[in-house]
Design a protein around this ligand. Structure first.
Ligand code: ADP
Ligand code: ASP
Ligand code: MG
Length: 414
């Protein structure tokens, strides 16, 4: 079995859906397990629905807009009498009914029940379209297989149970399922974190002992920098799992950071390819691969907060302080992207996904003096040289810098 993942950009409209079929026809549609994300920017729109619901503003009109977008795409793909239109409407009326009945004040729980419908609908559309044109396929509700704990919005996967469940998969040659979502013991939907569909594909590849996994992107493969940020990027033809882990960890958003580990554990070859030119080799990620070509790689992380923390009694920053501060960082779900400790100061470059930074600062401000710089940018260069260092720092106000053997990082003012 091969696992293919098509992200939001590859199913953003009717012609993209048709292109998915082109990719399959040019490559393979036998013994293929397809993982699909929500169409285009649907997840962002559904996040706005949840926001409006909690703000007690008009969430229904946003939901209707999302429904209309899907119906418009479906009109281009299906004949008028297709059952798919009703199926799409049922998904939306179910979400609406859930919100009307819901009594839970828990944002993350409600978020997962609502936002997950993006993937349910995109897979229904793709599966129905492929069946219509004669590509017989089995639609799978991944929540029957992929089990997680109840950590809503950041579900932790129960690999043992999930692998067991996959043994009960019906015998078919072509499957279509949802990325990004799973379910807990009570069958409530739990999402795996934004951009989590790459990770879903890797979990499935792991459970099926797949011969390979390919994620189809709007870029030729993994480049040595995000083409939206850097000109003159080059394609990395091959890299090791470890290199891919490092790049994703530092923020190369072309691959979700959790993706590599399940693949690496079973040494499943992993490809990142272009859905526009599917026959091109793209990037091959395998054990022990050298980085080819060996060029500096660049990663940008925006909207970072730099904190400089020192003890009010001028004591050294030592193990006890670090433990205390780190516990509160974890509690507030902050993500530390760079850390530097000196005798009297702890510097942290932080991503604040859940708007918790002020709560965190408040919780340590009795004992510590905290200086906060908002809106900074973290640049990372792997395999850097003098030229790449200059490229990242030229004309910038440098706030923090860190160099290790292979990696140069710098936090600058935006
Ligand atoms: P998906 O459709 O699967 O969600 P994404 O939009 O998440 O795809 O990922 C593809 C995008 O990742 C590209 O359009 C590109 O702008 C961005 N990107 C960031 N870093 C890199 C990189 N090093 N190489 C290629 N693309 C990158
Ligand atoms: N649809 C989800 C998101 O936009 C998951 C994914 O695309 O990977 O975050
Ligand atoms: Mg994405």
């Amino acid at each position: 079995m091969k696992v293919y993942k098509f992200g939001g950009a590859s199913v953003k409209d009717a012609s993209s859906v048709r292109n998915v079929v082109e990719v399959l026809k040019k490559t393979s549609y036998e013994n293929v397990f397809i993982v699909v994300s929500a169409m285009g920017k649907t997840t962002n729109a559904l996040e706005r629905v949840v926001g409006a619901y909690f703000d007690e503003s008009d969430y229904e009109s946003i939901l209707n807009e999302v429904q209309d977008n899907h119906l418009t795409i479906a009109k281009e793909l299906f004949s008028e009498n297709s059952t798919v239109f009703d199926e799409i409407k049922v998904f939306f009326s179910d979400v609406n009914a859930f919100l009307r009945r819901n009594k839970s004040p828990k944002y993350d729980f409600v978020y997962d029940q609502v936002v997950s419908c993006g993937e349910m609908i995109s897979t229904k559309i793709l599966s129905a379209y492929m069946n219509d044109i004669g590509l017989d396929n089995q639609w799978i509700d991944i929540r029957d297989y992929l089990k997680t704990d109840s950590n809503y919005r950041e579900g932790k996967v129960d690999f043992e149970q999930t692998e067991e469940n996959f043994k009960k998969l019906p015998q078919k040659s072509l499957y279509i399922t949802q990325g990004f979502i799973g379910s807990n013991d009570n069958y409530f939907t739990v999402t795996l974190g934004r951009e989590g569909s790459d990770y879903t594909a890797a979990i499935i590849a792991y459970c099926l002992n797949a011969e390979s996994m390919t994620i189809w992107k709007d870029v030729p493969g993994v480049l040595n920098g995000d083409p939206r940020e850097f000109s003159d990027t080059v394609l990395l033809e091959s890299i090791s799992y470890l290199e891919a882990i490092e790049l994703a960890y530092y923020g190369a958003s072309v691959i979700h950071p959790k993706t590599m580990k399940p693949l690496q554990n079973k040494e499943i070859p992993f490809y990142v390819k272009s859905f526009i030119e599917p026959l091109k080799p793209g990037t091959s990620i395998q054990k022990g691969h050298k980085i080819v070509p060996k060029v500096p790689c660049y990663i940008v992380k925006k909207n970072q907060i730099l904190l400089n923390i020192s003890a009010k009694d001028f004591s050294f920053i030592a193990e006890e302080n670090l433990k205390e501060i780190y516990e509160l960082i974890t509690e507030n779900k902050l993500k530390v992207n760079l850390l530097q400790v000196s005798a009297l100061k702890l510097s942290l470059c932080i991503e604040d996904k859940y708007n918790k930074i002020n709560e965190f600062i408040e919780s340590i401000s009795d004992k510590y003096l905290v200086k906060k710089v908002e809106d900074t940018i973290l640049y990372t260069s792997r395999h850097f040289n003098q030229e790449s260092q200059n490229k990242l720092t030229k004309d910038k106000v440098i706030l923090l810098e860190q160099v290790t053997k292979n990696t140069f990082q710098v936090v600058v003012q935006n």
